[in-house]
Design a protein around this ligand. Structure first.
Ligand code: DGL
Length: 270
């Protein structure tokens, strides 16, 4: 029993290209407050969204190895681009359970759509990979997926422009073609986009379901830990943050994404 708890006290490793994955970490910390969490933000290499599959997979592999050295009990790829490009490879080379964000978001979209028209927005890499459409079709071939890369959304969020006229106009231009297709559900297929959720809702209206995969991923993490008998049972979770570039910037901006103050961030070289 004691031995089991020691094993279960190991942290959950979470990584992203930068800040965005903190929205996922925040959801996990709310659902599983006892769990210890270790976050890695690859701030030296952000953005992943415009990089090749090969390069994103190399970065993702190095980070996962770092997290395994930290003795994590599982890894969450809290980045859509890295999930789309690298999950398969990582599952082969990393010896702890590992999940991405795409399956969880797809499942929630499937549960929500009535007219079987689902929009997916994300980085160029995520959209190019077609990963959401593939995952959704695996469950239901009759669903029509319409994807759109929205490359300006990440810099808008990083600048803190989450609302206002300019942001609304940009959202409106990007999403018009999806709205015209009469989608009834849209997946926010990028970890930065939850911060734009209210503004997106204002632009596209209340009738389109907005799927923010962070909550869905947190539930998937809980299910995986339960299934493997790995849930931590006692005490409040402790959090560690690592980055590959300027820790000060991460501390300042990261707190906004995490919805909580981040006090200590350590820079590491992989
Ligand atoms: N975290 C990335 C994603 O979810 C967005 C930022 C980036 O391009 O690195 O796809």
């Amino acid at each position: 029993m004691q031995e089991n708890q020691t094993k279960n006290n190991r942290a959950i490793g979470i990584f992203d290209s930068g800040f965005g994955g903190l929205t996922v970490m925040s959801a996990i910390s709310k659902l599983l407050p006892k769990e210890n969490l270790i976050y890695f933000g690859d701030s030296a290499h952000v953005p992943y969204g415009s990089k090749s599959k090969k390069v994103v997979t190399e970065f993702s592999t190095d980070i996962s190895k770092f997290l395994v050295k930290k003795n994590v009990k599982m890894i969450v790829i809290a980045c859509n681009t890295a999930s789309a490009y690298s999950l398969k490879t990582l599952k082969k080379v990393i010896k702890v359970p590992i999940i991405g964000v795409i399956e969880a978001g797809s499942v929630v979209a499937l549960q929500n759509t009535k007219n079987k028209k689902v929009g997916v927005i994300g980085t160029e890499g995520t959209v190019k990979s077609n990963a959401y459409a593939k995952e959704i079709k695996k469950h239901n071939k009759k669903i029509n997926c319409f994807s759109k890369a929205c490359p300006l959304f990440v810099p808008l969020v990083e600048e803190g422009w989450n609302s206002g006229k300019i942001t609304e106009d940009i959202i409106s231009v990007y999403l018009k073609e999806l709205v015209d297709k009469k989608i009834d559900t849209i997946i926010l297929g990028c970890t930065h986009y939850p911060l734009l959720k209210d503004t997106i809702k204002k632009v596209i209206g209340k009738n389109i379901n907005i799927i923010d995969s962070a909550t869905a991923v947190a539930t998937a993490v809980k299910n995986l830990l339960e299934k493997n008998n790995l849930l931590k049972e006692k005490g409040k979770g402790r959090y560690e943050f690592y980055v590959s570039d300027d820790p000060e910037k991460f501390k300042k901006l990261g707190s906004k994404f995490f919805n909580n103050k981040i006090n200590k961030v350590t820079k590491v070289e992989l």
